[in-house]
Write a protein that binds this ligand. Structure first.
Ligand SMILES: Cc1cc2nc3c(=O)[nH]c(=O)nc-3n(C[C@H](O)[C@H](O)[C@H](O)COP(=O)(O)O)c2cc1C
Length: 250
């Protein structure tokens, strides 16, 4: 299915962003309270400072949680790299970013029959945690290595035919020395500016989802037998995707 054309009711800002498709990088930054942010606010500013990026402050754009799905799909379709920037909250993403996934990555567009709009694109997670790296350990209070919390991201990417790039994670965001935070922000900005010329990309599989047999993908028939509406169709499990394992810590 070809990506949808930009809708005529885009705001001037969004239309400019979509028209500037040469940027090919869409940064979605989600923080429920930027005033309290030490690190993500600087990541947002760093992304905005890189020429040609399409940057969306998600909570700023949608304070009422009324996500403009056609506009978001147009911005995604124009990008080659999609970047999710957020603080880890309850071992996952902030609520508005989860809602964005629920509403924007629709069946028949992002996955399922004809859902090829994101196929071949890259997804990059850039996250911060409050817990220090030592807490993400079997003997730490978070009990699991940080990688254990990544499969939902990896599999979301895989089901959509996207390549999940090794995440950039800053642990202990409140207590990390200033020099470490500064270096992290600089790395992020350099990565955005130099994409796709990242050394580690050569070693990644081109399209992890290509390993999923077409018969294992959620089909319209299965969804209707299950009595789900199209919007409510959930990706089915059980596929044989080989997720890219990544070293979560920076
Ligand atoms: C509601 C909520 C849930 C959180 N859950 C986690 C968590 O599961 N793991 C963790 O390490 N930190 C957690 N934190 C801490 C945030 O990740 C941390 O404050 C943030 O990464 C700091 O980034 P910032 O300076 O940009 O705000 C949570 C914070 C809030 C407000």
């Amino acid at each position: 299915m070809p990506p949808p054309a930009p809708t005529p009711d885009l705001t001037p800002d969004k239309a400019r962003a979509v028209a500037g498709a040469a940027q090919r990088v869409y940064v979605l930054a989600a923080h429920p309270d930027w005033r309290d942010s030490r690190v993500n606010s600087r990541l947002l500013a760093a992304a905005q400072a890189v020429p040609g990026m399409d940057v969306n402050d998600l909570y700023g754009s949608y304070p009422d949680y009324a996500i403009d799905v056609p506009a978001e799909q147009a911005r995604l379709a124009a990008a080659q790299l999609v970047v999710l920037v957020h603080p880890v909250q309850w071992y996952s993403m902030p609520a508005l970013l989860k809602l964005w996934l629920d509403e924007v990555l629709t069946w028949g567009w992002a996955y399922g029959a004809g859902g090829t709009a994101l196929r071949g694109k890259d997804l990059w997670l850039v996250a911060t945690t409050g817990g220090p790296e030592s807490s993400y350990h079997p003997q730490g209070y978070n009990r699991y290595f940080f990688d254990a919390f990544l499969p939902p991201y990896e599999q979301t990417a895989a089901l959509c035919g996207m390549r999940f790039l090794p995440p950039l994670v800053l642990h202990g965001a409140h207590t990390a020395p200033q020099a470490e935070v500064d270096a992290h922000i600089a790395t992020f900005g350099q990565r955005l500016a130099s994409y796709p010329a990242w050394p580690e990309l050569d070693e990644l599989a081109e399209c992890p989802a290509c390993e999923v047999p077409a018969s294992d993908r959620p089909s319209e028939e299965v969804a209707s037998v299950a009595g789900l509406s199209q919007d409510a169709r959930a990706p089915s499990g059980g596929s044989a995707v080989h997720a890219v394992t990544s070293a979560g810590a920076q």
